[in-house]
Design a protein around this ligand. Structure first.
Ligand code: C5P
Length: 279
């Protein structure tokens, strides 16, 4: 095999709670992460030198390329890879697009070069590059703890249709976490109840239980974010911010409602799409 094609799926957070802070500044969290049907696509092929091309403005040193260079260094590999990334996932959007691409490169290189690395090996290396990478390697739906390395599969969650919206500018994750340290959050989050509701398909109860404790911090730094929920609410949909922002999502009754909502939201926000959860 000389070339491999991989899809890298975005994620949303059904909830995000901050539970502490490590000495190195990283935050301990408890979150429900879920992959959705919005993908970047990547091609990896053996080449004369290491190069990375990306359809969007992500420089040569993007996370996916750094993941390959870290793997190569760690295993003292001699091969070189050319990586092509076609982005569909908005950048700096709280959807783990960069982490998903990096996870895809680690899995793709493992397969392409027959490296025989276990998922634990990949997770350890992934975690050293970004806190969301272990989840992106695992996929599906997980309860995520630690800074992102403790994963518990939530296999019983059925498939849902969602509408996603993004304001069209990047949100700085480190800045949002720093602002959280300053302002905290008043959002109440009941993660076990959110899991129960998701597993039982009780969509209508979720908005009273879910929450994202980075919401206030993100809105403080990017005040225009606080307008996005209004657009969802005007459609009768209850939104939640994903990750450190600035994407929001809402649950829909099915594909038709999600697509109609995406079309409507596009009149107000830069980008919107109907997506389905992946299990
Ligand atoms: O690991 P990642 O690159 O995704 O994180 C970007 C930044 O977000 C980190 O450098 C850190 O400042 C902050 N962060 C955090 N706690 C986490 C994840 C990220 O403080 N659990």
């Amino acid at each position: 095999m000389k070339e491999i094609h991989i899809k890298a799926a975005a994620k949303i957070n059904w909830s995000l709670e901050i539970t502490g802070r490590r000495e190195d500044g990283y935050h301990l969290l408890r979150s429900l992460m879920q992959q959705v049907s919005l993908y970047d696509s990547l091609d990896l092929k053996l080449a004369e030198e290491d190069r990375c091309f990306c359809s969007a403005l992500v420089d040569q040193e993007n996370l996916a390329f750094r993941a390959w260079l870290a793997l190569k260094r760690q295993l003292s590999l001699e091969e070189c890879l050319e990586i092509h990334i076609r982005k569909q996932i908005p950048i700096g959007a709280g959807l783990a697009g960069g982490s998903a691409d990096a996870a895809a490169v680690l899995m793709g290189a493992n397969q392409l070069l027959s490296l025989g690395l276990s998922s634990e090996d990949l997770c350890l290396l992934g975690l050293s590059l970004g806190a969301d990478i272990p989840f992106c390697l695992r996929g599906g739906a997980c309860l995520v703890e630690g800074i992102g390395e403790l994963l518990q599969d939530l296999a019983k969650i059925p498939s849902y249709w969602l509408v996603l919206a993004n304001p069209g500018f990047s949100v700085g994750t480190p800045q949002v976490f720093r602002e959280y340290d300053r302002v905290g959050s008043r959002q109440k989050v009941d993660i076990p109840a959110v899991v129960d509701c998701l597993e039982m398909g009780q969509r209508e109860l979720l908005p009273s239980l879910w929450g994202n404790q980075l919401y206030e911090a993100a809105c403080n730094l990017y005040p225009s974010l606080s307008r996005i929920p209004e657009f969802f609410l005007s459609l009768g949909l209850q939104p939640l911010m994903s990750g450190s922002g600035g994407s929001f999502f809402a649950l829909c009754e099915g594909q038709a409602q999600a697509e109609a909502a995406a079309a409507e939201l596009r009149r107000h926000v830069h980008w919107a799409a109907a997506v389905q959860t992946l299990n």
